[in-house]
Design a protein around this ligand. Structure first.
Ligand code: F6R
Length: 607
């Protein structure tokens, strides 16, 4: 999604600082970039469509005067990615410049109204209405802060916006509704950003701005007010304990590989979560009349796997639902007895939050699992658990998926214990296995990297891939498919293996690659038959199986072995790792950038 970043410096030119901040926001996905500064009664603006480095090579984004400025990376929603649509946007008389992340739902009506009163629009964006609305209020004689407030009160939709003005060059006025906005503070500068990593190398003192708030930044500090009643909101900065290096690549060629490699550490972190939150959430799940697990994309696949965990361990039936379908599918049946666990790495995914809103209206119990403390999901949840994976910069979710699975497995185990459905011996066995998972993840990463690179070379030219698994492994297969498809652009299909013969098998001809996820669990015998079915039709069989599983290996063209003795419910955490790695290397073989796949954004804040 769009990224916003800006700053007021005590000394020096702000443009290079904004440029560097925007670079740190690249992971959010974007198609255009721009900066505006204010200096000597004039706005200075540079912007264009394209990657930051390319635009900088032509325009020199660092060469702009002024200590006060705003910047933006745009992911097109209204208007194609052209120069004219890039932010910042200005009013008719170039008195103010605005950057905005989000979508203004009533922009068409507002635009018509503004055009009828003489405003001339330059772009096709929804954002430009904000500049003209503020202009209108300034003309009525309001100071900038009041003009921004009045404009914000006319906006329906989501926004994190920032405004500078030549008439009041000492300040930046920001406002937030739904889209994330944070402030960073040092002795020599104040920053705003859509995301903490944008200023993390500069400061770890942050203030999170809430929905419905306006914040005025000055060199001396900040003041937050509620848009609705204009009350001042006192809020002290909090210390963010993400060390700046965590947000860098640390010598890896891509964030995605760095994040895949971090999994032993991030999985370890999930074993150190605060007991009281896990316990409280377990309590809510135990009391629930019905439980929905709601999420999008990779987080949905974690929910899919979790539904097997809850069922098998705690005998709790849960409904895993894709966020964007939730209201249509279950909206009417959700009620005060419903308990909904929303899973979202970012905690800001629009589809998930709109399902949250619906659940809230119907008085359901809202639980959250997220990676981002301070995200909207953490603020609306009755109880939330933070998965503690650290910032994930690569667009493709990797370490956050395995952390979600680990937390969900812990919840299922706690619930099993509480309900007494599974013997103590089994629970203790599973708990001890869970503790070994980080080390086994490390072994898998070390052992298979070279082999996976060879497999990537062998299969990178294939036109399509099939991913199959049975039981909980069908969730692993779905996630493997999503990883490959989203970064390598190779079409891929995932099915529960049993279902593949009801249609998709007709795709198979000689050499069609089929990846089977086959841990040694109750589904093992049947998946052998599914492999035979594919093999008989000429498919190239690639299997993920347990070490020493000679039966499966003898059927495969290629195999990757996972250490023995991984219990079924924990298997997705480990079996997905080679699939993430394979997707990464196939993407490199095909010459694409795995960190920034086209058309995708790290956090999808539109519905
Ligand atoms: C895929 C991916 C996306 C996200 C989805 C939900 O690699 O990252 O599919 O999983 O957009 O995002 P969160 O979990 O932030 O709600």
């Amino acid at each position: 999604m769009c990224g916003i970043f800006g700053s007021i410096l005590k000394n020096g030119n702000v443009a290079p600082v904004i440029h560097a901040g925007l670079k740190r926001l690249e992971y959010r996905g974007y198609d255009s970039v721009g900066e505006a500064t204010v200096h000597d009664g004039q706005l200075h603006i540079k912007k264009d469509a394209g990657k930051i480095d390319d635009v900088h090579a032509v325009l020199n984004l660092d060469d702009m005067p002024g200590r006060v400025g705003i910047g933006h990376t745009r992911w097109a929603t209204h208007g194609a990615p052209y120069q004219v649509n890039a932010h910042p946007h200005t009013d008719c008389v170039e008195e103010i410049a605005v950057v905005h992340n989000g979508i203004i739902e009533n922009f068409a009506d507002l635009k018509l109204e503004l055009e009828n009163s003489g405003h001339v629009f330059k772009s096709k964006t929804d954002t430009e209405v904000i500049a003209h609305l503020i202009e209108g209020k300034l003309k009525e004689g309001l100071p900038l802060i009041d003009a921004v407030r009045a404009a914000a009160n006319r906006l329906d939709g989501s926004y994190a916006l920032a405004v500078i003005s030549i008439k009041e060059p000492d300040k930046i006025v920001c406002a937030r509704n739904e889209s994330p906005l944070t402030i960073g503070i040092t002795d020599n500068a104040i920053y705003f950003a859509s995301d903490i990593p944008a200023f993390l190398p500069l400061t770890n003192k942050a203030v999170i701005i809430e929905n419905g708030e306006l914040v005025v930044l000055r060199q001396e500090g900040y003041e937050i007010r509620r848009l609705a009643d204009w009350t001042v909101v006192p809020r002290q900065p909090e210390m963010i304990d993400w060390d700046p290096e965590m947000a860098e690549k640390q010598g890896y060629p891509h964030f995605m590989l760095k994040e895949i490699s971090e999994q032993p550490a991030t999985l370890r972190n999930t074993l150190r979560l605060q007991d009281q939150y896990l316990e409280l959430m377990t309590e809510f799940l135990d009391r629930a009349g019905e439980v929905f697990l709601v999420a999008a994309g990779t987080s949905y696949h974690a929910c899919l796997a979790a539904s097997y965990m809850f069922s098998k361990l705690a005998f709790l039936a849960t409904h895993p639902i894709i966020s964007s379908e939730f209201v249509e599918q279950h909206g009417k049946s959700v009620n005060i007895d419903s308990t909904i666990l929303f899973v979202s790495q970012s905690g800001e995914t629009a589809d998930t939050l709109s399902a949250v809103d619906h659940a809230h209206l119907r008085a359901a119990t809202i639980l959250g699992l997220t990676n981002v403390i301070g995200s909207t999901l953490t603020r609306v949840s009755r109880v939330y658990v933070c998965q503690q994976s650290g910032p994930e910069i690569g667009v493709a979710a990797t370490k956050t998926f395995t952390s979600q699975l680990s937390v969900l497995a812990q919840l299922a185990l706690r619930l099993a214990k509480k309900r007494g459905k599974v013997s103590h011996v089994e629970i203790e066995f599973l708990e001890s296995k869970l503790k070994q998972i980080p080390d086994i993840a490390g072994t898998i990463l070390k052992k298979h990297s070279e082999k996976i690179q060879l497999l990537a070379k062998k299969y990178c030219d294939k036109q399509c891939f099939f991913f199959l698994g049975r039981g909980i492994s069908s969730a692993t297969a779905s996630e493997g498919k999503l990883k490959l498809m989203e970064i390598s652009y190779i079409p891929a299909i995932a099915y529960p293996a049993g279902e593949s013969k009801h249609g998709p098998i007709s795709l198979i001809d000689s050499g069609f690659p089929v990846i089977f996820v086959c841990p040694k669990d109750d589904t093992h015998k049947t998946i052998v038959s599914n492999i035979m079915e594919m093999k008989a039709r000429g498919a190239s069989i690639i299997v993920l199986c347990e070490e020493g599983d000679e039966e499966i290996k003898s059927l495969a063209d290629d195999f990757i072995e996972i250490p023995e003795g991984v219990p079924e419910i924990l298997s997705p955490i480990l079996y997905v790792i080679p699939l993430q790695t394979l997707a990464y290397y196939i993407t490199l073989e095909r010459g694409h950038d795995p960190d920034m796949p086209r058309n995708l954004a790290k956090c999808v804040t539109v519905k």
